[in-house]
Write a protein that binds this ligand. Structure first.
Ligand code: GLY
Length: 315
């Protein structure tokens, strides 16, 4: 069983740590945490962790999930504020509760109860300041001074629509892992859409939309416009298409056909990351900025992980 790890663009900050523990024989969920935790605190990363883009009110609300492809057990947190490693909190939801998904105040309460590391910590201060600066710049450019004077105690609906900027509606880190036992898992962590409406959940904490794993067939995870992949259940669809006998690339293309059928109100794109049961990878992007999408891959036999370019499709 060839050990394999695939991470998305932002995963470049954690692939080395992931490969190291996978090489050492760690099990899939430990590898996922090892690969995603560095991304959540990477000073350069603006789409994952507390240094990621905040919501419309300037608060960071983070989403993360993890899924075990052997048991289909899953854990997710949504709109979690104040903690350094949402991926680890998501895992503990899976391990310690009879639930799958916690959001907002309940997720934060749980994180406190389990002793999760609070944040932002000193090493995250610069990243948080940069993200906040981006938010202030956006606010100044889009919201008239008389409205800003009462911000955020104003109706926010109109501004959420204006924040639908594809440049900041991408990012997210994905890790898809096949371990020494041949079992598969996947994990996702993100700050979500920049300047989103407070309480907005993307696809990352929604099992079946932004994340899915079943060791019998493979795993998939999505970055980009989560509103689209929630509507078509993209990650589950990819795995289901593989179950129906499609190759990993054909399964991604079939899920893309489902996405195309959904009417789009906003610009932006989606990148589907997938591996099949043998660890064979495919990454397929649609929409804007696809030429900048990279992914990182290592499987047993490769001396080191490789940076690869996504397959690009049009809407
Ligand atoms: N795909 C990440 C999000 O929409 O939040």
């Amino acid at each position: 069983m060839a050990k394999t790890i695939l991470v998305s663009s932002e995963g470049k900050y954690g692939i080395e740590a992931g490969v190291e523990v996978l090489r050492g024989g760690a099990a899939r969920l430990d590898v996922i945490e090892a690969a995603i935790r560095p991304v959540e605190i990477a000073p350069e990363c603006r789409s994952v962790g507390l240094g990621g883009w905040p919501n419309l009110t300037g608060a960071a609300e983070l989403d993360a999930s993890i899924m075990d492809g052997r048991t289909l057990h899953s854990g997710s947190v949504g709109a979690l504020s104040g903690f350094r490693h949402p991926i680890s909190v998501a895992r503990q939801v899976m391990e310690r509760l009879p639930h799958v998904l916690l959001v907002g105040a309940g997720a934060a309460r749980f994180a406190t109860e389990i002793g999760a590391e609070p944040g932002p910590t000193d090493d995250q201060a610069a990243a948080v300041a940069l993200a906040r600066q981006g938010w202030e710049t956006w606010l100044t450019a889009h919201v008239p001074a008389e409205v800003r004077a009462d911000w955020p105690d104003v109706p926010l609906i109109e501004w959420a629509r204006q924040s639908a900027d594809p440049e900041t509606a991408h990012g997210t880190t994905i890790a898809l892992v096949k371990d020494a036992a041949g079992e598969i898992g996947c994990g996702v962590s993100t700050c979500g859409w920049a300047y989103k409406y407070p309480g907005r959940l993307g696809d990352s904490p929604i099992i079946g939309a932004g994340v899915y794993a079943d060791s019998r067939y493979g795993a998939a995870g999505c970055t980009g416009m989560g509103e689209l992949t929630i509507r078509t259940g993209t990650a589950r669809a990819v795995v289901l298409y593989m179950k129906m006998g499609l190759s990993v690339e054909a399964a991604c293309r079939e899920a893309l056909a489902d996405l195309r059928a959904a009417e789009r109100r906003f610009k932006g794109g989606v990148t589907i990351h997938a591996i099949d049961a043998a660890g064979q990878p495919c990454v397929l992007s649609v929409g804007r900025f696809t030429d900048t999408v990279r992914w990182y891959f290592w499987t047993e036999g490769m001396p080191a992980f490789e940076e690869r370019q996504t397959l690009v499709a049009g809407w």
